[in-house]
Ligand binder design. Sequence first.
Ligand code: CO
Length: 210
Amino acid sequence: MKNTPQLFKNNRQWASKITEVNPDFFHNLKNQQAPEYLWIGCSDSRVPANDIVGLLPGELFVHRNIANLVIHTDMNCLSVLQYAVDILRVKHVIVCGHYGCGGIKAAMENKPHGLVDNWLRHIRDTWRRNQVELEIIPDESGRNNRLCELNVCDQVINVGNTTIIQDAWRRGQETTIHGWIYDLADGLLKDLGVCISSCEDLHIMHKGNL
Ligand code: CO
C-alpha cells in the first residue's frame, strides 16, 4: 500500500479540533515559535513528548534518539541544543528517560545488535562505571530500571558540559537542566532530583557521579 489514508484523516480531525477551540491557532504559530522547554527524550513510540506534559504545538522543542543520549560529538543533538539555547532561549532543558527502555535493555545484553551497538556503547560505559551499585540489585528489571535512571543523570551532566550551556551560563542566561524519568506502566513522570543551573551545580554532580 502506497499511502496511509488513516493518518491524513486523523490529521484533518486533529487540526479541526484545535481550530474549533482557537480559530487563529495555526495562523498565530506560523510566523514564530517561542517554546520555554527543550525536551531530549527516547525515540520510543510509547513516550510522546508533547502528550506526556500536556503541551501544544509551539510549546516544546524536541530532540529524540534511542535511549535519550547526549553525545559530545553528535552534531544533530548539539545543533538542536544550540538552536534551543542560543536562538529560542529556552529556560529549561529536560532530559527524559523511561523505564523499560529497549536501548538500555539491549546495552545490557551480551549479544550483537549491529550498528546500534556503537550508539549503545555509551550506556555500557555508564553501566561499567556504576557496576558496584547495579550488581547488588537482585532482579534484572530492577537493574534495568536503575540503569535507565543513571543514564539520565549522565546525560544531564553531558548537557551541562557542552560549550553551548557553558557559554549560556557564562553570559548569565538562565538555563536549567532537569533529569526526569517516565513510567510506561502508569504514564507518570518522576523528577530524579538532578537539576542543575550553574557551573557550581555541575561540579557537585560531577563529584557524585564520575
Ligand atoms: Co527507550
